[in-house]
Design a protein around this ligand. Structure first.
Ligand code: PBG
Length: 332
């Protein structure tokens, strides 16, 4: 082989859309996308979320119309976020979202794939993702894992295809897998938010789900259970641990600031890796667009390409319903 040199002309591979398309190392497909959906028990009509441009919270009725519209746009996979009307400290009532899942199944059968975000933060009066101790200064991991396992069984019974625990309590994936298997729900997939960082990029989401942590507690943030942005190793170990406990799909969240973790996982495990391009990341792009500083389709597809290059198999994006159109329009 000739001695490798790096000098000289690179433009032969850049000179036309044809050669750029041929030379592209990743290609996007709308088939890899999951569309998040918010369903809120306390609203009586579909309500735009001001901090999440173009995204609304649905009632159970408007949600069915949204899913129909999304199916028309080529979306088949959904991640549901329930926002229950009543907040509590324990004995949570999951009937609202279970009813919603049943309705979706009745209307769409197996045409759609339904994952449900499983966490207590929209259920608790204090907004934390778990049950608090009596001093209200720590979350109880084992108790929360048990509560989530019971929740998962109810969701699976209602027809959910996938349980997606986002709470970050130790032991929850194992508790959920065991409970599902014990109830004969061996076909239900677990997509773990395995590598979820304590992040500023969840701001718009917490608006939508009324789930900002801290009300009436000494614990003002999620740093004691979510991963530190300064510790990528913890994110890898957390994913390995969740795989050991039975996770079928692992996830990195947020996505773009943690490409190193996506790449690290892709190299080291053979499970599908999902990247969650979260609310603040999405809204950051939307604000650029609103200020005339970027093209909407181009800026989202650019980030999606980055996530693919980084090793993501699955992309969760608030703009998933545009993926088919935007991807087919990519100009290389
Ligand atoms: C619930 C949960 C959060 C997100 C998904 N599930 C917020 C949080 O941990 O505070 C964030 C999603 C987004 O920002 O798009 N635990």
């Amino acid at each position: 082989m000739a001695k490798q040199t790096y000098s000289g002309v690179r433009r032969r591979i850049r000179g036309s859309a044809h050669i750029r398309e041929l030379a592209a190392a990743v290609h996007l497909s709308h088939r890899d996308f999951i569309q998040p959906l918010f369903v809120d028990e306390s609203i009586d009509r579909r309500t735009e979320i001001p901090s999440l441009s173009g995204i609304a919270s649905d009632t159970p009725e408007s949600l069915l119309r949204q899913i129909s519209a999304d199916v028309e746009c080529g979306v088949r996979k959904f991640l549901l976020f329930p926002v229950p009307a009543n907040k509590a400290e324990g004995n949570f009532d999951y009937r609202f979202i279970c009813g919603v899942v049943r309705d979706i199944r009745t209307h769409f059968g197996k045409e759609v794939w339904i994952a449900v975000d499983v966490c207590l933060c929209a259920y608790t009066s204090h907004g934390h993702c778990g049950i608090l101790n009596t001093e209200r200064n720590a979350v109880l991991h084992a108790d929360t894992a048990q509560a989530l396992a019971g929740y998962a069984v109810q969701l699976a019974d209602a027809g959910a295809d996938c349980i997606a625990p986002s709470d970050m309590m130790d032991g929850r994936v194992g508790a959920i897998r065991d409970a599902l298997d014990l109830h004969g729900m061996t076909e239900v997939t677990v997509m773990s938010y395995s590598s979820k960082f304590s992040s500023q990029f969840y701001g718009p989401f917490r608006d939508a789900c009324h789930s900002a942590p801290g009300r009436g507690t000494l614990l003002k943030d999620r740093k004691t259970y979510q991963i530190s942005p300064f510790n990528g190793g913890d994110a890898l170990l957390s994913a390995f641990r969740d795989i050991e406990e039975g996770a079928d799909i692992i996830m990195v969240k947020p996505a773009l600031p943690y490409l190193d973790v996506i790449t690290g996982l892709k190299r080291q495990v053979h499970h599908p890796v999902a990247a969650y391009h979260v609310s603040g990341e999405y809204q950051g792009l939307e604000l650029l667009v609103q200020h005339g500083l970027a093209d909407r389709a181009k800026v989202h597809t650019e980030v999606w390409a980055a996530l693919k290059r980084g090793g993501a198999d699955i992309i969760i994006s608030y703009a998933a319903r545009h993926a088919e159109e935007w991807i087919s329009g990519i100009e290389y």
